[in-house]
Design a protein around this ligand. Structure first.
Ligand code: ADE
Length: 268
């Protein structure tokens, strides 16, 4: 999978991308992350990428020309053919007029739809993503209107720019690509993957400062361990994230277990 990242702070990406799992994924060719410095496309001699807002007010606004120039020079001019689906694809900047080849152009902004495991699963279906990191008070609205096909926020708080959010997207999406995690089922067990929070984990030693490990995990009985883990996931989600439980795919057995847990709570 390919990522093209457009940023004014290219230097923040490499330390993370050169570490651990993402580093290995890049070395093995499972992901290719290309970082583009928007400043390189600022036409004036001082490479200015921001300006004062029309209408006054505080803060600076990211200029439209360098962002368009950067994205178009990397992805190709747009719009591409009119024959593709309107929402994401009608603004396809790649010039490759097929839905599969079209590359979403995502602006990281607190105004976007809130990122989730579901959105990561949706985005990993694309062979290529372009990520634009906003800075300053915001971006010229024409970038939103005519270049960007999607806007994503990583949560309801405001950061100084879209660089950390872009890394978060790259991380969450990459670990869904087969082969990126050592364990082929790794991403399946994650919190959120099945709509529930994950069960608790333990590793050696079996006792630390008098705190033990649940006996069942040492029993070697895999069927019982699976059952225990599912119950723990349900307990945790019930206690911490009722909102997730309401939309999680639950079996009849899950529902019985939940009922038992709730009755325990009522009787204690
Ligand atoms: N840029 C600044 N804050 C952000 C957020 N919460 N999500 C995505 N991009 C941002």
């Amino acid at each position: 999978m390919e990522f093209d990242v457009f940023t004014l702070l290219p230097e923040v990406f490499l330390p993370y991308l050169n570490s651990s799992i993402l580093h290995r994924a890049r070395q093995r060719g499972l992901i290719d992350v290309r970082i583009h410095n928007i400043r390189d496309w600022a036409a004036d001699k001082h490479h200015v990428t921001d300006d004062e807002p029309y209408g006054g007010g505080g803060g600076m606004v990211m200029k439209v020309e360098p962002v368009f120039a950067a994205v178009e020079s990397v992805l190709g001019p747009f719009p591409c053919g009119d024959d593709i689906d309107r929402l994401t694809l009608s603004r396809c900047p790649t010039g490759r007029a097929t839905p599969e080849a079209c590359c979403p152009v995502i602006l990281l902004t607190p105004q976007g739809r809130v990122f989730s495991q579901k959105i990561a699963m949706e985005l990993v279906q694309h062979p290529r993503l372009a990520l634009i990191c906003g800075r300053y008070e915001g971006v010229d609205e024409r970038i939103r209107e005519h270049l960007v096909t999607d806007e994503i926020s990583i949560g309801d708080y405001v950061l100084t720019g879209g660089e950390l959010p872009a890394l978060i997207l790259i991380d969450a999406i990459s670990r869904l690509i087969p082969g990126v995690l050592g364990d082929p089922d790794g991403a399946m067990d994650d919190s959120h993957a099945a709509g529930l929070l994950e069960y608790p984990h333990y590793t050696r030693p079996p006792e630390y400062r008098g705190w033990g490990v649940p006996e069942i995990l040492l029993s070697g009985d895999h069927a019982k361990i699976e059952k225990w883990r599912r119950e723990q996931s349900l307990r945790r989600t019930l206690k911490r994230r009722l909102d997730l439980l309401e939309s999680a795919p639950l079996s009849e057995t899950d529902r019985k277990v939940l009922k038992k847990i709730q009755e325990e709570g009522e009787n204690s």
